[in-house]
Design a protein around this ligand. Structure first.
Ligand code: CO
Length: 132
């Protein structure tokens, strides 16, 4: 069965938005800067998955651009895959566009790739192969 590794939420400030999620009973398990995406990430485990809060670290961060266009809020859904290169090849063979030819380094040693927004039916989809 496919798992949702995490749900990404764009925020202006991790610390300000964490007040809400702490009040909901969530606890931050890890925080990390991901230079390749120009974000700071806080992971909040929920049963069977995680919430990923994303704060931009630069004005040209994809998250800064998303907040500029649509405000804070739901940003992407990350499906967990065992072999990201194989899944990328399957999607390309099926005619879907990816945002990068190669997987990119994500948080916590993971490898990630986003589908092109045109291919996602209004949902930004991330493939995520967890690090070990
Ligand atoms: Co993500």
């Amino acid at each position: 069965m496919v798992a949702i590794n995490h749900i990404g939420i764009a925020v202006k400030s991790l610390d300000e938005r964490l007040v809400l999620y702490r009040a909901l009973g969530l606890v931050e398990s890890a925080r990390e800067e991901v230079p390749s995406q120009k974000v700071k990430v806080a992971m909040l485990p929920v049963r069977g998955s995680q919430i990923e809060l994303l704060e931009p670290t630069a004005a040209d961060s994809p998250i800064a651009v998303a907040i500029e266009k649509r405000g804070e809020g739901l940003h992407h859904i990350a499906f967990e895959v065992e072999d990201i290169r194989a899944t990328m090849a399957q999607l390309k063979a099926a005619g879907f566009q990816l945002l990068s030819e190669e997987p990119r380094p994500g948080a916590h040693g993971s490898q990630v790739c986003f589908l092109h927004p045109k291919s996602g039916g209004g949902v930004l989809i991330e493939l995520c192969q967890p690090g070990h």
